[in-house]
Design a protein around this ligand. Structure first.
Ligand SMILES: Cc1ncc(C[n+]2csc(CCOP(=O)(O)OP(=O)(O)O)c2C)c(N)n1
Ligand SMILES: [Mg+2]
Length: 570
């Protein structure tokens, strides 16, 4: 194998020397920086040692150095998410430990289908395929959409073209290009004839659209279930138009949250492990469910589709079709083009809405009112330690929700925040959970802030979550990425209490401790510990003020070990 590899390198070098004849040399590493510029990369997030960091700085791309690779990947991930993939987050790291430690960040982006470009250095070619050296090409196979190892400098532009083409087209997921350390110093032919990768869209089969339109028009109780494909296609107006035309209620997955304004009379809210009661009730009473831009993947952190319904599955990726739910009808294509085609086909059959909306809206409003009433005592409680629901409601009432981007974390904060946070603008909530790495939310908020410095970017997390990525609060302070971090400190892994009674009682296995407001201050941020209900809102205001002056703020609320969630059917 080694012999074959050596032979192919020699052949390639021959080809290159012919191609480069008469042109100036350019180093592969500088070609990468130039290509990133052409692809619109405004900041390179990374961790040393990787020579792309130096080359990017020489090319005036802002470099952002994190405290550990995982958070950097989460930041890159958010850049792609909150720009609908218009800007692709790019991350680089060193061979060996850097590549080993970055695995979680790439795996999370893969699980949640986020398009990022990952550029690890590799061991020099003499060592690339020799144990025990960590080989990214071999080890990242199952958490990437495309992956390659560049064996000669001249192949770098083609490899990056392939990677950017993959993240911009079809199902979004990470693309990885591993560059052995000695390849960076090789030359690429000049002039560099690199054009940014195109972004294409595909539309569903018109005959299937006709058929689906008939099913939707005939439905008595349709529900639209929107996933993050709507965000990537920016199909928010089309989703609304179809919902209003059909007078159909709309719910979203966690990833699709904020694709449909949640204060719209037809909104049921979003569903994850916990959900508003209306999501559960309407899905169960539905005859037809139209999933658009969603995977329908079976997950503990998503809505289980009730059996016995007519399922229409509109998705970009046929690999998801008939995987977890049986779909009677399928539309394969971009969510915006799909919805536009459906709107036109439905309008052929019904020119204007049939007058159901008012009754549907009244039913939603009544379920919602009854549901909120049950939770209200905790939301307005003056008890101490604070109820998480009280903190989160005060937060919601204090910030400008439309100009905020918020994300949850794994654990109770996700299940306590997502059903109740009512979004009004697209991409104002970063929902996630196909895999649920504790500590993901911090990097997401930081990446969102980089992409949208004008917005208030918040992560809500628990004291177990901060244990994973907390040190990167220092990155937020050092790099002037002023996020607002809401920490619910209950000195416990509360969500695990019901499943760890013996170890908790005997060995206190779910207890954890820390003073995170002091920690935030020690890292150069604003920190405040809040114990009294009356102090919640003033503290939030002080935190926001700190962010407005360029300092990240961490507000540590001392809360109850609460593990009550709005769950149904589990
Ligand atoms: C990396 C990782 N390991 C383990 C888990 C499993 N897990 C989910 S939530 C949780 C504890 C959460 O505790 P905390 O963040 O304090 O939130 P609380 O429920 O106490 O509010 C654990 C261990 C996970 N999601 N991610
Ligand atoms: Mg906790």
């Amino acid at each position: 194998m080694l012999l074959a590899l050596t032979r192919s390198i020699t052949c390639y070098s021959l080809l290159i020397s012919e191609a480069t004849e008469g042109s100036d040399p350019m180093l592969a590493v500088d070609a990468i920086a130039e290509i990133l510029k052409r692809e619109g990369t405004e900041f390179l997030i990374g961790y040393p040692v990787n020579p792309i960091i130096e080359a990017a700085a020489r090319a005036d791309i802002r470099t952002i150095i994190v405290r550990q690779e995982r958070t950097g990947l989460h930041m890159a991930d958010a850049v792609s998410r909150v720009t609908s993939g218009d800007r692709i987050g790019v991350f680089c790291m060193q061979q060996g430990p850097g590549t080993e430690n970055a695995f979680g960040g790439v795996a999370q982006a893969y699980g949640d289908s986020v398009p990022i470009v990952v550029l690890p250095a590799g061991y020099p070619r003499t060592l690339t395929n020799i144990p025990p050296n960590f080989n990214a090409f071999l080890n990242y196979q199952h958490v990437t959409k495309s992956i390659e190892q560049v064996m000669v400098g001249a192949a770098v532009p083609d490899a990056l073209r392939r990677a950017f083409t993959q993240v911009r087209n079809g199902r979004p997921r990470p693309a990885l290009v591993e560059i052995p350390a000695d390849v960076f110093r090789e030359e690429v032919p000049e002039p560099l004839s690199y054009k940014p990768a195109p972004r294409t869209r595909s539309a569903p089969d018109p005959r299937a659209v006709e058929e689906v339109a008939r099913v939707l028009v005939a439905a008595e109780r349709p529900v639209i279930y929107a996933g993050q494909g709507v965000h990537y296609a920016k199909a928010w107006p089309q989703l609304r138009e179809l919902a209003e035309l059909l007078e159909s209620p709309v719910t979203t997955s966690l990833e699709g949250k904020s694709a449909f304004s949640e204060n719209h009379p037809l909104s049921l809210g979003s569903g994850g492990r916990s959900m508003p009661e209306a999501v559960y009730r309407f899905l169960h009473a539905a005859d037809v469910i139209l999933g658009v831009g969603c995977s329908f993947a079976t997950t503990s952190y998503g809505v289980a589709m009730p059996r016995g319904k007519t399922i229409i599955h509109a998705t970009l990726d046929p690999a998801d079709l008939n995987k977890d739910v049986v779909a009677e009808h399928a539309l394969i294509g971009d969510a915006a083009l799909t919805l536009e085609a459906l709107i036109a086909a439905v309008r052929e059959q019904i020119k204007t809405p049939r007058g159901r909306a008012e009754a549907v809206a009244a039913e939603i409003a009544s379920v919602k009112a009854g549901w909120l009433e049950q939770w209200m005592p905790k939301m307005v409680s003056d008890e101490t330690p604070l109820w998480p629901y009280r903190v989160l409601r005060d937060l919601w009432q204090t910030v400008d929700v439309a100009n905020t981007i918020i994300t949850h974390d794994a654990g109770s904060p996700r299940d306590q925040l997502s059903p109740f946070w009512e979004t009004t603008t697209p991409l104002s909530y970063i929902g996630w959970g196909k895999t649920t790495q504790l500590g993901y939310g911090l990097g997401l908020a930081m990446g969102a802030k980089l992409a949208h410095p004008d917005k208030l970017c918040i992560n809500v997390w628990g004291d177990a979550a901060i244990g994973f990525t907390g040190m990167d609060f220092e990155t937020a302070a050092r790099e002037r990425i002023p996020i607002l971090s809401i920490l619910l400190n209950n000195f416990s892994m509360a969500i695990e209490l019901p499943v760890m009674p013996a170890s908790t009682e005997k060995y206190r296995s779910t207890d954890i401790s820390g003073h995170y407001a002091d920690f935030a201050k020690a890292l150069g941020g604003y920190g405040e510990r809040v114990t009294e209900p009356a102090e919640i809102v003033p503290a939030i205001r002080r935190g926001i003020e700190a962010t407005q002056s360029g300092t990240p703020a961490l507000l540590e609320f001392i809360t109850q070990k609460d593990f009550t969630y709005s769950m149904f059917g589990r």
